[in-house]
Design a protein around this ligand. Structure first.
Ligand code: PLP
Length: 400
């Protein structure tokens, strides 16, 4: 396998520069400025001796694209560099990254401890699939450490977090959780998709495995499905065994689009954060909104925590409308600039109703535990004009 050799410790460059310049090694291919797409499934060897040499030490050579490919590795280097991690692995989706990373850590008889606010797909993997393989998943009653720590026991091998978390944009205390897991020799993992590697550095804070759905902000244009996990060489080597066997690797074209998205990630995040704050402030003024969640608002219960561990508050807003599902549907259907679509993190603003999308088919108990109600709307604020977005939100509120 080919791991990324990162240069981040040697150079103290800003993320804006790293996203554009790091890792590509493109120039070694005919002087290319951007990394070519290696649309090949397999790689030729000069001789059988060369194959034997590869088997002894694969470093610097390629055999088969499910194991490694120059385009994929180049993008993995950029992510590792941004995370200040030792290595990264790209996957065909965020869920492929999550499932392979978790399976690389836990075995039959082990226990995972997790928080209640999770992406629906992750929750289904934990609730429906892992127990079939003898892996217990304990969901804490809240996202605060005092409610999570008592669940740790001798069988606990993994602490799994999401921050900011679906759908309330709730921020968890990453430093405290990382320390609590480390103290007990428990592997910690976080899905930091909402924050991106620009707004938080969980690996630096002490988390072992940092996961993102690249489908969202990293790709940034709603035109790809991908995922990535980063960590130490040792931890990523274990995940790689699962990626090559379960087969969830991204294809080179997808990796190339992830790489293109990364180049503008820092710039886009600035605009997502600025726009979301203005839209949240506009929503705050409406008496039709019963709950509003955006960590950038100074009255958010997570504002201080977010400020202490993130360099921006992100582009995700969650609100509840008085009047339940009927109001939520009228609001979303009246939007003219913001598009009614699930997913998040693209340049275009999107709105979705969690009970119809990410939390569909959940029992009332599960919705209660996740604190999701029928009047809830999740907004992924894009990079359009803030003035247009605010006008759109105002006219849609009038229609409620
Ligand atoms: C926070 C979060 N993590 C993971 C995923 C799964 O990503 P993917 O759809 O790329 O598998 C999603 C999808 O919406 C998500 O919102």
């Amino acid at each position: 396998m080919v791991f990324c050799a990162i240069g981040c410790n040697e150079m103290d460059k800003h993320d804006d520069t790293r996203t554009v310049q790091s890792g590509t090694n493109a120039h070694k291919y005919e002087g290319a400025v951007t990394m070519p797409i290696f649309t090949t499934s397999t790689f030729a060897f000069e001789s059988s001796d060369a194959v034997e040499a590869y088997n002894r030490d694969p470093a610097g050579h390629y055999l088969y694209t499910r194991y490694a490919n120059p385009t994929i590795v180049a993008v993995e280097q950029i992510v590792a560099d941004l995370e200040r991690a030792e290595a990264s692995l790209l996957f065909a989706s965020g869920m492929a990254a999550i499932t392979s990373s978790v399976l690389a850590v836990v075995r039959n008889g082990d226990k995972i401890v997790t928080t209640p606010s999770l992406y629906g797909g992750t929750r289904r993997f934990f609730r429906d699939i892992l127990p079939r393989y003898g892996i217990e998943v304990a969901f804490a009653p809240s996202n605060v450490i005092e409610d999570v720590e008592p669940l740790f026991d001798g069988r606990t091998k993994l602490l799994y977090l999401e921050s900011p978390a679906n759908p309330h944009v709730e921020v968890v205390d990453v430093k405290a959780f990382a320390a609590a897991a480390k103290k007990r020799g428990i592997v910690s993992a976080i899905d930091a998709t909402f924050a991106t590697p620009i707004l938080i550095k969980p690996y630096v804070i002490g988390i072992d495995l940092v996961i993102h759905s690249c489908t969202k902000y990293i790709g940034g244009h709603s035109d790809l499905i991908g995922g990535v996990v980063s960590g130490s060489f040792e931890a990523i080597k274990k995940v790689e065994e699962y990626r090559r066997t379960l087969g969830g690797v991204i294809d080179p074209e997808g990796a190339s689009r992830v790489g293109r998205g990364l180049k503008t990630l820092a710039v886009r995040m600035d605009r997502h954060c600025a726009n979301a704050l203005q839209v949240a402030q506009a929503l705050q003024e409406s008496d039709k909104v019963s709950e509003l969640f955006y960590p950038g608002l100074s009255n958010s219960p997570w504002h201080a925590l977010a400020k202490s561990q993130m360099s921006g508050f992100g582009g995700m807003i969650c609100l509840s409308l008085k009047g339940g599902l009927g109001s939520a549907k009228r609001f979303v259907d009246a939007l003219r600039v913001i598009i009614n679509a699930p997913s998040l993190g693209g340049v275009e603003s999107l709105a979705s109703i969690p009970v119809l999308t990410s939390h569909v088919n959940m029992s009332p108990e599960e919705l209660g535990l996740s604190r999701v109600n029928e009047g809830m709307v999740r907004l992924s604020i894009g990079i359009e004009s803030a003035t247009d977005l605010i006008a759109d939100v105002h006219q849609a509120l009038d229609a409620v």
